[in-house]
Design a protein around this ligand. Structure first.
Ligand SMILES: [Zn+2]
Length: 298
């Protein structure tokens, strides 16, 4: 069993250490909301797989198991999209550069480009996966293998930020005795998912917490502020259509790329929007962190 788990673990570490901007939880949620109305309740006519593998091999039986299946719902867990049908779940991850588009009308007949690796063809539409860097994932979890949330890629994920399970008390309990910085604890994704590098800096600024402070030293009232900040920042990003530093193609073919007005992120040397002190940049775990030394005194 350990041998089958290890590739997934390497995958997680790769993402945790990457310094490249990539689709984050808001972009995935925007994608989910974008594709769901077009594929839910719709029957897959066929699946065209043009690449043998992305991060991992694409299951050779994918076309066979999904052909003539109806997509019952489109859900998200962390940064994974879960397309459920009666036989099981299609698990999709957009990696560093992936995007999903829904092609409707005459657009359905547009030839696939060299980075368009998989098409799910419906009668009325084509769901097309593009992934130039091929770090994404297309996996199949059959229903008889048990609940999809028990999949090795999903079972260790932290709670969802918009679920009732995400509370200040949870963060407080899970960090007691931990010397890891509060920013690293957020980024790790094992307590709460979805707080990527941009959102970690922004949330800590909103909560007035110094990113280098040991997670185990943050008080419960300060975690209350942080939990609220995390939810607000992520909800705002989802509302705005997702934010990333890279071009992001929205699910409807429109550009979903949206540069949020950051309070601290990528603003080194510029005046803090609250107190005008120059924003500082440091590196934590090979990732850039931005903060205001006055508003986030400790
Ligand atoms: Zn400030």
């Amino acid at each position: 069993m350990a041998a089958t788990l290890s590739p997934y673990r390497r995958f997680s570490l790769l993402f945790a250490r990457s310094s490249i901007a990539m689709p984050e939880l808001p972009e995935i949620e925007v994608t989910r909301r974008g594709i769901a109305p077009h594929v839910t309740g719709r029957r897959i006519v066929r699946v065209d797989v043009r690449a043998p593998a992305l991060r991992w091999p694409i299951p050779v039986a994918l076309a066979q198991v999904l052909g003539d299946r109806v997509i019952e719902r489109v859900e998200r867990r962390g940064k994974y999209l879960l397309l459920e049908c009666d036989a099981g779940w299609l698990i999709l991850h957009l990696g560093m550069s992936g995007s999903l588009r829904v092609l409707l009308g005459d657009e359905r007949h547009r030839p696939a480009g060299r980075h368009d690796h998989v098409d799910w063809v419906f009668e009325h539409a084509v769901l097309r996966l593009r992934d130039p860097r091929r770090f994404g994932a297309v996996l199949w979890h059959p229903r008889d293998a048990g609940d999809v949330l028990l999949h090795p890629l999903l079972i260790g994920l932290g709670v969802e930020p918009f679920s009732t399970a995400f509370t200040a008390a949870l963060m407080y309990q899970r960090t007691r005795g931990r010397s890891m910085s509060v920013k690293q604890a957020l980024l790790a994704g094992t307590i709460v998912v979805g707080v990527g590098n941009i959102y970690a800096s922004e949330s800590l600024f909103r909560a007035g917490i110094r990113p280098t402070l040991a997670a185990g030293k943050v008080s419960l009232p300060r975690y209350e502020k942080l939990a609220i900040a995390v939810r607000d920042i992520l909800a705002n990003a989802i509302d705005k259509g997702g934010s990333t530093l890279r071009d992001f193609i929205g699910s409807d073919g429109e550009s979903g790329y949206f540069q949020m007005e950051h309070a601290v992120y990528d603003r080194e040397g510029q005046p803090c929007r609250v107190c005008a002190t120059p924003i500082r940049k440091i590196v934590q775990g090979q990732r850039s962190t931005f903060f205001c030394p006055v508003c986030q005194r400790r």
